[in-house]
Write a protein of this length. Structure first.
Length: 432
């Protein structure tokens, strides 16, 4: 162990003890600290990220001067809310009927203390500590996050919302972990929002584990809009038991460099997962996204649909990966990855990868990288639309092919607003 690693290990354990991490969580942390220097980096094809400052462990006593520019309000359209700025909880609420049913929505450290049996059983079940250098580093310097538990046969009618803010007004690490467990027969909609503010460069690791037990259903949406000061490793993983289902909608609109691993492990017979991703890059940012379905059992269905737009001198790489295991008969793995380039200086890749170890299966892929269709633009402008409006409609139509899969209207609106916010900068430049 180098002197730098030794110092960060000491700081990590001191932080955890000072903040009341229980003994079993300290053991996980200590194991991760020993493991991470020995493990390989995660493999993201065609993405060079190893020089990024992802292994920063900054424990600071600085006091943030940031205050939310809006009043923290309860949203009646949600059944529960958790709002956190770094390690501080600003809002935690849940409808009374959920409390009576035994639903849990709280920050991760509180869950470690108050619900140790759940955390011991499910933490790192989908994303093991030893999976890679960065998953181990994440657990070695874990700072906080959220825990959501939905009891057996409990069906939540309104979404649960988790809102995370990274404070970039000071130098500090951001290592956050979300654990959602939908017990047998449970149904839940979860919306995450990830935002940052401030002009200080920071890095972070974000891991999300979605545990879908037998016959459960998770509808998972996430709006990512971390600013350009945030360099992030993100790992989102669903693990599905028999006849479980997870529907994903990921809005990967962050401004900084990012590598993301979005994965559905179809471990139970008859399980299904549909991964829908929209992404956009601008400036000089680099974004690499691996979206994967792993058909481990019979009659499993895993579909990927991801569309991205690239602006300025940025880079976007989609790796779509479908892996059907041996004996996963009658499995179905399909994928579509498409990239729209809005600049001659941008770089885009859409790489389909199929790994098939069984004969009686269905598998397919589609991939494309191209520029805005001149004929579409000509047609729209011939109908009286100006250049900016026509360009926006083409882009919205391209991303809308994925967005239309979002069933809840308020979620569709939120994703559409995020798209417009991301594209506004490019449209303004293009107009000039």
């Amino acid at each position: 162990m180098s002197s730098k690693e030794s110092i960060s290990s000491t700081e990590s354990m001191a932080y955890a003890k000072a903040n009341g991490f229980p003994d079993y969580a300290l053991d996980i942390r200590q194991r991760a600290l020993k493991l991470y220097p020995t493990l390989p980096w995660p493999d993201f094809q065609k993405v060079k990220y190893h020089h990024w400052p992802l292994e920063e462990a900054i424990y600071t006593d600085q006091v943030s001067s940031f205050e939310l520019d809006k009043e923290v309000k309860e949203d009646p359209m949600t059944s529960a809310q958790l709002l956190r700025v770094d390690q501080k909880t600003l809002l935690e609420r849940m409808d009374k009927d959920l409390l009576e049913q035994g639903v849990i929505v709280t920050d991760l450290l509180t869950a470690m203390k108050e619900y140790p049996d759940f955390i011991k059983k499910y933490l790192n079940q989908a994303v093991p500590v030893e999976e890679s250098r960065l998953t181990a580093f994440h657990m070695a310097h874990l700072l906080g996050g959220a825990f959501v538990y939905i009891p057996k046969n409990t069906k939540i009618n309104k979404p649960i919302e988790l809102d995370f803010w990274q404070d970039n007004t000071i130098r500090a690490s951001f290592h956050q972990h979300v654990l959602l467990v939908a017990d047998e027969g449970a149904e839940v909609e979860l919306m995450e929002k990830w935002t940052s503010y401030g002009d200080v460069d920071n890095s972070g690791t974000i891991v999300v584990e979605l545990i879908a037990k037998d016959n459960s259903k998770i509808t998972y949406g996430t709006l990512d809009y971390l600013n350009k000061q945030s360099t992030i490793y993100m790992n989102r993983r669903g693990r599905l038991s028999a006849n479980a289902r997870i529907d994903w909608m990921v809005g990967a609109m962050s401004e900084g460099n990012l590598i993301g691993d979005f994965n559905a492990d179809l471990a139970g017979e008859g399980s299904e997962s549909y991964l829908n991703v929209i992404a956009a890059t601008n400036g000089k940012q680099v974004k690499g996204i691996d979206t994967r379905v792993t058909n481990m059992a019979k009659r499993t269905v895993g579909h990927i649909k991801q569309h991205g737009v690239i602006m300025d001198q940025s880079t976007l790489t989609f790796n779509g990966i479908g892996h059907i295991w041996k004996n996963a008969k009658n499995a179905d793995a399909q994928q579509e990855s498409r990239v729209l380039m809005l600049s001659d200086q941008a770089q885009g890749d859409a790489n389909p990868i199929l790994l098939i170890d069984e004969f009686e299966v269905q598998a397919g892929h589609a991939a494309s990288v191209g520029q805005v269709d001149d004929q579409q633009m000509y047609y729209l402008k011939s109908r009286g639309l100006d250049e900016e409006t026509a360009r926006r409609l083409v882009i919205r139509g391209f991303l809308g092919a994925v967005l239309q899969r979002v069933k809840r209207p308020e979620w569709r609106q939120a994703f559409a607003q995020l798209i417009d916010q991301k594209l506004a900068q490019d449209l303004a430049k293009h107009k000039k």
